[in-house]
Design a protein around this ligand. Structure first.
Ligand code: TNX
Length: 514
């Protein structure tokens, strides 16, 4: 006997309504940065312990496949086999084809998940690697736990074709104000790679510390490395440790850009090497947070021998084409002295076969077209007429050391506050009036560490804002959408939680799980 009851359909209607409300505005996927094109279908593929990976394209593709295997394994150790013969039968195929460069560009890829399995295509290993990062973000966040992961796991069927907007998608870490160990920097590199960022600028020297070994100048590390803001123990990287970082970064398609800040921000060097001071008298080590008070002696030839040795050593151990020479906040030199110094340093950098990068103040000098300017503050006079390519690091939007709100327990506020939404909502091509888009190399977000002493501090200030920067630098302008981004971020937060990232639960985001 059947009883007619109107209530189930009423409840079904209410449930459907609730579901629609809950789903309204929910994106199809939670990939950050949002891919240039993505079609997400209703079906899904189930990955279980029988999954295999196939490779086409030689050793470089094989290395990316090995990385993929760590993501797909049911533990980081139990990895699916990688087939080099019979690869066409594999569950996931990683295919490198240099001839496809016109289609994918130097960093683009295609990712297809269907009933037939998974296929990642690219023209370069970097492109394949980014395809893997997208695939990784389509897997359940629990994948990121170091311990056992559930098998099977489901991945939605998708058709994605993607490539970055800008070639420079960077972060800067200040290891001078507080020193961070090799393992800490590696962790940041891993997190950058997950978000398809590809440049790590290391601020290796400042008033409070010198952080890199330089042959022939042992006092720099024997004296200059031994403190930091607040008087902690400091530290430095040996040449071997620096090279280990370079290699670790390169394996994740991140290029290290080393900075030695000159002629100012040099108290640690001045305290170590008396001849760098015009009066020959070394100042005491400094552990405060003032800026602008130090400069190397620009009239002493020793200074240029020092600069040549330091930059020559860094050039020799840095495969990337750039050397950053600082140039910011110099208050102790005349404008002519400053310009002449920067021009001479530029020729030293060129002499070592590298391209110079400087903070925006260097634009006051007469520079070569190959030099790169890093814009960081509201346009001063020098910023109105950049003639070189520019990296955008506006302190009013993406300084990761600036407080989120006035109650943020760490961080600075000299340039105002940088809530998450402000880090996301700005137009890289409109920031500097008159600067053509072709002059914008990309975006870089600095993490200054006057007030940040631990990895937890770094992560709290970097995340979620670094994800906003990654998306602005990678995704096409028409896909930049705050509402969509914040919804995807909620799910990315689960991934960060699984990775143990101490991210700031910004109230700009509804972190509830979906
Ligand atoms: C400005 S940005 C600086 C740094 C400070 C930072 C603090 C730049 C080129 N110079 O020396 O650490 O502000 O936010």
């Amino acid at each position: 006997m059947s009883r007619t009851n109107p209530r189930p359909s009423l409840w079904a209607g209410v449930a459907a309504l609730l579901l629609m409300t809950a789903c309204a505005g929910r994106p199809d996927h939670a990939v950050v940065p949002v891919p240039a094109t993505a079609r997400v279908l209703a079906d899904s593929l189930t990955l279980d312990t029988t999954a295999t990976i196939g490779v086409i394209g030689g050793i470089e593709a094989f290395r990316v496949a090995e990385h993929l295997a760590t993501v797909v394994g049911t533990t980081p150790e139990s990895r699916p086999p990688i087939l080099v013969d019979g690869e066409q039968d594999a569950t996931i195929l990683v295919a490198l084809d240099p001839l496809a460069a016109p289609r994918y560009g130097p960093e683009g890829y295609a990712l297809r998940v269907s009933g037939d399995g998974v296929r990642i295509d690219a023209a370069t290993p970097a492109g394949l690697f980014y395809g893997v990062q997208t695939f990784r973000q389509l897997l359940p966040p629990v994948t990121e736990y170091g311990a056992a992961r559930p098998a099977p796991r489901r991945v939605p069927h998708v058709e994605i074709e993607d490539r970055p907007r800008f070639g420079w998608r960077g972060a800067m870490l200040d290891v001078a104000r507080h020193f961070f160990e090799v393992e800490d920097v590696k962790r940041l590199i891993d997190l950058m790679a997950l978000h398809k960022m590809n440049r790590l600028h290391l601020h290796l020297s400042d008033d409070q510390g010198w952080r890199i070994e330089v042959p022939g100048w042992p006092a720099l590390t024997a004296i200059g490395s031994r403190t930091e803001v607040g008087g902690g123990p400091g530290g430095y990287y040996t040449t071997a440790e620096y090279q280990e970082l370079v290699a670790y970064a390169a394996a994740r398609f991140v290029t290290i850009v080393p900075e030695i800040d000159l002629p100012g921000h040099t108290n640690a060097a001045l305290a170590s090497v008396p001849e760098l001071n015009c009066d020959g008298v070394p100042p005491p080590l400094y552990t405060g947070i003032a800026v602008g008070f130090s400069t190397v002696c620009v009239h002493a030839e020793t200074t240029y021998r020092f600069v040549d040795d330091v930059l020559g050593h860094l050039a020799a151990i840095t495969p990337g084409p750039w050397l950053h020479v600082g140039g910011d906040e110099v208050e102790e030199l005349s404008a002519d002295e400053y310009r002449a110094f920067i021009e001479r340093v530029e020729s030293i950098v060129r002499g070592h076969g590298k391209r110079m990068i400087g903070w925006q103040e260097v634009a006051a000098a007469d520079l070569r077209p190959s030099t790169v300017i890093q814009h960081w503050r509201e346009a001063g006079e020098e910023a109105t007429a950049y003639e070189q390519q520019v990296i955008l690091s506006p302190s009013t939007h993406i300084y990761l050391d600036i407080k989120y709100h006035d109650g943020t327990p760490i961080g600075l506020d000299w340039s105002g506050l940088n809530p998450l939404r402000d880090a996301y909502e700005w137009d890289p091509t409109a920031l500097i009036p008159g600067l053509p888009e072709s002059a914008v190399l990309g975006i870089e977000s600095p993490l200054w560490t006057e007030t940040l002493a631990t990895v937890e501090d770094l992560e709290f200030m970097a995340f979620p804002r670094l994800a906003a920067v990654a998306e602005l630098a990678w995704s096409p302008p028409e896909s930049i959408d705050w509402g969509d981004f914040r919804a995807r971020l909620a799910r990315l937060g689960l991934r960060w939680t699984a990775l143990g990232v101490n991210y700031y639960r910004s109230p700009d985001v509804d972190w509830r799980v979906w």
